[in-house]
Design a protein around this ligand. Structure first.
Ligand code: PHE
Length: 452
């Protein structure tokens, strides 16, 4: 396939919403609030912010840049931008291929529960103010192997059909319609949550830090979340970068996406925590926050059914853009490297995810006792991808850009070949990518995994 006939995003706005669509997802609404709740609130938020600024944003810029420079999938990119003797760097792309499949395996299951909960919310099946009862309903869903697989496959079917349509007609077109809707729904929920009597305790929890709760394991969790949130360290931003327009200002676009993604996370926190506190529930409810605490909290408030339906609809919408970007990594690799054609590459990817997703979907039923390091398949896939593959991929991308690709070429690419006057900014990004990011990722990784 020649460069000119390659699919890509059609407008600058399209680039922005599609990239934001990748960043915004279950990470904002399921992971961010539950991890913040479980790790002490504002202290965790602070560490997460630092990780995002010093590591996340520079890696995102570097990754997107490589993709646009090569105009190729995550593996082939390194054959184009690395010196001839150093094609081994394409291991980054293959790690990304694996990470995408692992993330999709559990992500599609969580998205499936969300779809199921839209219907349960409308039907009034989860209208209980008792978190115990809500917990039992959730346990009933995840313990049912057929229901679990059904919802997961439905999600894969929907996102798979969109991905087949291509980059501009599939990914970009869907993101354009869904992202504005997402913001509207989120603002409605925030207004509702903040207007509840007793909402202030939730805001205090979210915004006043308790630094005592921050351990090395919490640092690794925050770093892993920063990678997961910005869809970096696994070739996803690289693949999207390859569809960026030639005149797109990459540092500016990445910064906007980071800020908008952060806003969605904070708004999700504002939609959830004040309500949780207002009705006297526990914030540190872990991953069950969304499926157990939320139904109880919403049922307790006036207009609960409506707001609960909006909440799950919003979450389902958010998951779509993120899943499309996850699917695009293997789809681009398979279709470009093996000349499969987009339809077949998409089909193979969906089948791979469905197979790998099966043990994850059945983690509360048939595969519950299948444990490695004490984790069931669902937890293992999450841990391996977020806390291991993404940070490792991040280190390798930094080392490649900082020590092989070099400053002059980075400045040319990020300055759009002289069209942008941003050399001081590029120097700052390059410094972070060359020294600060790889060293801090390595330190957090080794500490968090208790290796020193
Ligand atoms: N950023 C997405 C989210 O927050 C998840 C994701 C991770 C998407 C990695 C693509 C790549 O839900």
């Amino acid at each position: 396939m020649t460069t000119s006939s390659r699919d890509g995003f059609s407008t600058a706005f399209g680039v922005l919403v599609a990239t934001l669509g990748s960043a915004v997802g279950l990470g904002n609404i399921w992971k961010f609030p539950s991890l913040t709740g479980a790790n002490g609130g504002a202290g965790f938020l602070l560490v997460y912010l630092i990780a995002t600024l010093l590591v996340g944003l520079p890696v995102m810029i570097a990754e997107t840049m490589l993709g646009r420079a090569a105009r190729a999938n995550a593996v082939s990119t390194f054959e184009r931008v690395a010196p001839a003797a150093q094609h081994g760097w394409k291991i980054i792309g293959w790690m990304g291929f694996l990470a995408a499949l692992l993330i999709l395996a559990f992500y599609s299951e969580v998205a499936g529960w969300v779809y199921a909960y839209i219907f349960k919310a409308i039907a009034g099946d989860i209208a209980t103010t008792d978190p115990q009862v809500a917990g039992a309903i959730f346990a009933g869903l995840v313990a049912d192997p057929l229901a679990s697989l059904f919802w997961q496959w439905l999600v894969l079917g929907i996102t798979g059909s969109i991905i087949m349509l291509g980059v501009a007609k599939g990914i970009e077109a869907v993101a354009r319609r869904l992202m504005p809707l997402l913001f509207i729904l989120l603002l409605i929920l925030c207004a509702r949550s903040l207007s509840l009597p007793g909402a202030a305790a939730g805001l205090a929890f979210l915004f006043s830090p308790d630094l005592a709760k921050i351990t090395p394991a919490v640092l690794l969790t925050a770093l892993g979340l920063a990678f997961f949130k910005l869809s970096i360290g696994m070739g996803c931003m690289l693949t999207y970068g390859s569809y960026f327009r030639a005149d797109q200002n990459i540092p500016l676009t990445a910064t906007r996406v980071m800020l908008a993604d952060l806003s969605v996370s904070l708004l999700a926190g504002i939609a959830i925590f004040p309500a949780v506190f207002a009705f006297g529930f526990e914030p540190a409810a872990g991953p069950s926050l969304v499926f157990m605490t939320i139904p109880a909290v919403f049922t307790a408030m006036p207009g609960g059914t409506l707001f609960m339906t909006i909440f799950f609809l919003l979450t389902a919408i958010a998951s779509v853009g993120a899943m499309l970007s996850l699917l695009e990594v293997p789809v681009a690799i398979l279709s470009e490297r093996y000349r499969l054609g987009r339809r077949r590459a998409s089909l193979y990817t969906i089948v791979l995810v469905a197979v790998l997703g099966m043990p994850a979907a059945l983690s509360s039923s048939l595969t519950a006792d299948l444990r490695l390091f004490g984790l069931n398949p669902f937890e293992l896939f999450d841990f391996l991808s977020s806390n291991l593959l993404l940070p490792l991929g991040g280190i390798l991308i930094c080392l490649f850009v900082g020590w092989v690709y070099g400053l002059p070429e980075t400045a040319r690419q990020l300055g759009n070949h002289g069209a942008l006057r941003n050399s001081w900014l590029v120097r700052a990004v390059f410094f972070l990518v060359r020294f600060v990011a790889p060293l801090s990722i390595a330190a957090v990784l080794l500490h968090g995994l208790k290796l020193f």
